[in-house]
Design a protein around this ligand. Structure first.
Ligand code: SF4
Length: 235
């Protein structure tokens, strides 16, 4: 057993006093297969209360739309890396106007490395991962993301509930939703969409590291030309 295995098998004590092991979250995740994302969100809100955050990228407001219907005051966190497309920042502003979000904007330290001088792994580490970790470790027991198995092969086994490497409970309410599920909900609920989606960007991150891509391989446009496939937030 590695040190990492040992850390993951150590129960995580939460505000509620409840403790989660990897076996607990695996069982919980399995029990949510086939459930609507709103049920998963409802469980997370009930379990973690104000110690639950939702991480938003503003490629769309699908997860936000679902979550605020369960808990209008849920904390939404947005990592402003300093390299977002203008369209992404505009989508964030439209979301604020539509949903009156309880929004927390996280920013890198002034000394954070950037892609131009330090490469993509160091840049993502200091501009994305570190700000989220600082915030979550201080303020949360659990966080939610819009990660889906349909995003690509690297995410094909994503659980609905997990423990992340920070010792926090990670909830992926949309994990099992297919692209047609997403498209149906977006149409029926008039979900806000980042306009870059209609210009050939099926996955949207920072502008220096995002290219248009074939919709059948949505994340192919992220860090294209390098071996990098994830920013590190979902570790
Ligand atoms: S996606 Fe690119 S610009 Fe954004 S934090 Fe990562 S390396 Fe830096």
């Amino acid at each position: 057993m590695t040190l990492l295995d040992t850390a993951l098998d150590t129960p995580v004590a939460l505000r509620t006093g409840r403790r989660f092991t990897t076996a607990d979250v695996a069982a919980m995740s399995a029990s949510f297969e086939g459930c609507h994302p709103s049920e998963v969100i409802g469980w997370a809100v009930e379990e973690f209360g104000s110690r639950l955050s939702l991480s938003a990228s503003f490629a769309d407001t699908l997860l936000i739309d679902l979550a605020v219907k369960v808990e209008p005051d849920i904390e939404v966190v947005f990592i402003d890396t300093g390299f977002h497309f203008a369209e992404t920042l505009a989508t964030a502003r439209r979301a604020m106007a539509r949903y009156a979000l309880n929004l927390t904007v996280l920013r890198p330290l002034p000394t954070a490395a950037d892609v131009w001088t330090h490469g993509v792994d160091t840049c993502c580490g200091s501009r994305k991962v570190a700000p989220l970790e600082r915030h979550l470790v201080a303020n949360a027991d659990a966080w939610m993301s819009g990660l889906r198995r349909d995003d690509g092969p690297q995410r094909a086994d994503a659980p609905i509930v997990d423990l992340d490497l920070r010792g926090l409970v990670k909830v992926n309410p949309l994990a099992a939703w297919s692209t047609p599920d997403v498209e149906r909900y977006i149409l029926e609920n008039d979900v806000l969409i980042n306009p870059l989606t209609f210009e050939g960007y099926p996955s949207i991150g920072c502008w220096p590291c995002t290219d248009p891509a074939d919709p059948t391989d949505p994340r192919a446009g992220r860090w294209s030309g390098s071996a990098k496939t994830e920013c590190g937030l979902h570790a």
